[in-house]
Design a protein around this ligand. Structure first.
Ligand code: ASP
Ligand code: MG
Length: 479
């Protein structure tokens, strides 16, 4: 296998453009300019998301197909065609390249339509077909981006990541197989880089070892980019979004929030997990081995420095950021008597959550009554409860366990920072800051890594609590 790094002679830069950064012809042109600038200096490979909202539209179409709503399916297809055809026309002058892009997009949308028509006939949406269908959004934007680069005199090739990223067969939320991916990347991307053809790879998708299409989960294009960066031993990964970088808090909640200069992989991963929308939570894992630095940058304001995400920072000082999640629910489980141990109940509950594919945002347990509670996203609540009921069927029938109690009127606040480790008094200060606002703390979870403190409060007190903690931790603008 050729080693792409040797073939190129220079370590490459991988850049990823998110949905808003390729959301219109104008944005694709801006992304192409940013790409060209770097391409002039060193080998570059880019990864693109679907145009903003397109994945939602594709998914909605598959749901309409499942429900037998043919008119709805057709209306969505019309929208999809219009959006991409308009984009091609605005992107490229009249002529052969534009015609090629138009027929390319039409062919892809036809491929999508075929899969969806199958769902319509069956009245079902098998997970495999969904994955085959929804990666079309990325394939469309890769095609348009490559055409745009070519029109500016840069040799570029759209690459379907199904030929590059090897994954397991967990459809809808696949995990990369790195060794196979390295081989595929060397075979597919390596020669392009060696020829100075700029690869424009689709984000979000991959395929199993047998070549069956998969996707990496919503928002997975960041993950695709980090997988590619790792597979190519890239020098750096730049993730272009529509915000200035990773912030100390959501600026809509905390006006004083500011962009962080640098944070660690672990901090960024925790922030993503706790609801900061800048990065897909799994993005940083593939980079750890080669310690590839990442930049989170704003394609709408490319001159701003952005946030550097690095394996470690020299002096980690205190908390770094505070996030909030509104759309969560707290589920409490309690044995009905001493006949069943809480360890057993917990094991069963965790098993149920795993089977339902639910993300566990926080968990705490305490007290003589041996109850425990955990926080899940509201969107995953129904699935979680259904699976819990199945898992606890016998215990419930025999009255060993009380029916799970749900409190949907809660919010989750998470403070993140490596520097919190071993800082005595910090948790106390954070709790006091919240209490001073007359906000009651419902539950607390802190892992032994001391990287995060998660606090559950009433939903209507959440934003105020976030502001109080941000202020108490001195995270605001430094003037
Ligand atoms: N287009 C996909 C999504 O919307 C992947 C991504 O944009 O990261 O989830
Ligand atoms: Mg995204």
């Amino acid at each position: 296998m050729p080693n792409p790094r040797q073939a190129v002679g220079l370590p490459c830069l991988v850049m990823k453009f998110g949905g808003t950064s390729v959301g219109s012809a104008e944005r694709i042109q801006a992304a192409a300019r940013l790409t060209a600038e770097q391409h002039a200096k060193r080998p570059v490979a880019i990864v693109v998301s679907a145009m903003a909202k397109v994945t939602d539209l594709l998914l909605d179409t598959t749901r309409k197909a499942e429900a037998g709503d043919e008119a709805g399916v057709d209306a969505n297809l019309v929208q999809l065609i219009a959006r991409h055809e308009t984009c091609c026309r605005e992107l490229l002058p009249e002529g052969a390249p534009r015609d090629a892009a138009l027929s390319g997009t039409r062919a892809l949308i036809q491929e999508f339509a075929r899969v969806v028509k199958g769902m319509l006939m069956l009245g079902e949406r098998p997970v495999q077909s969904v994955d085959r269908a929804i990666a079309i959004g990325e394939r469309l934007s890769a095609l348009m981006m490559a055409a745009c680069l070519e029109s500016q005199g840069i040799r570029a090739a759209a690459v379907n990541a199904a030929a590059v990223i090897a994954t397991d067969a967990v459809f809808g939320n696949a995990t990369p197989l790195m060794e196979e991916t390295r081989e595929r990347a060397a075979a597919v991307i390596g020669p392009l880089l060696a020829e100075r053809v700029l690869p424009v790879m689709t984000g979000f998708n991959g395929s199993t070892l047998e070549g069956v299409p998969t996707t990496l989960g919503r928002g997975g294009s960041d993950f695709s980019a980090s997988i590619l960066a790792a597979a190519l031993d890239a020098a750096e990964l730049w993730i272009w979004t529509d915000v200035d970088g990773i912030m100390t808090a959501d600026p809509r909640v905390v006006p004083e929030a500011r962009v962080l200069d640098a944070i660690t992989y672990s901090e960024a991963a925790e922030l993503a997990y706790a609801g900061a929308k800048v990065l897909h939570p799994r993005t940083l894992a593939p980079l750890a081995e080669h310690k590839i630095p990442v930049w989170s940058k704003n394609s709408f304001a490319p001159d701003k420095p952005g946030t550097r995400i690095v394996p470690a920072v020299e002096a980690a000082t205190g908390p770094r950021a505070v996030t909030s999640m509104m759309d969560v629910a707290m589920v409490s489980i309690e044995p009905a008597g001493p006949a069943i141990s809480s360890a057993k109940l917990m094991a069963e509950a965790m098993h149920a959550l795993d089977a339902a594919g639910v993300e566990l945002l926080a968990i705490t347990s305490s007290s003589y009554r041996q109850n425990f509670c955990f926080i899940v996203k509201q969107s995953e609540l129904a699935g979680a409860l259904k699976q819990l009921e199945e898992e606890f069927a016998i215990e419930l029938a025999h009255g060993y366990v009380k029916p799970p109690e749900v409190d949907a009127n809660v919010g989750l606040l998470t403070v993140v920072g490596e520097g919190m480790r071993g800082t005595p008094g910090l948790a106390g200060r954070i709790f006091t800051a919240i209490s001073r606002q007359n906000i009651n703390i419902i539950a607390i979870a802190q892992g032994s890594s001391e990287l995060t403190i998660a606090i559950v409060v009433r939903r209507d007190g959440l934003e105020q609590a976030v502001r109080a903690v941000h202020e108490e931790c001195g995270l605001g603008r430094r003037t």
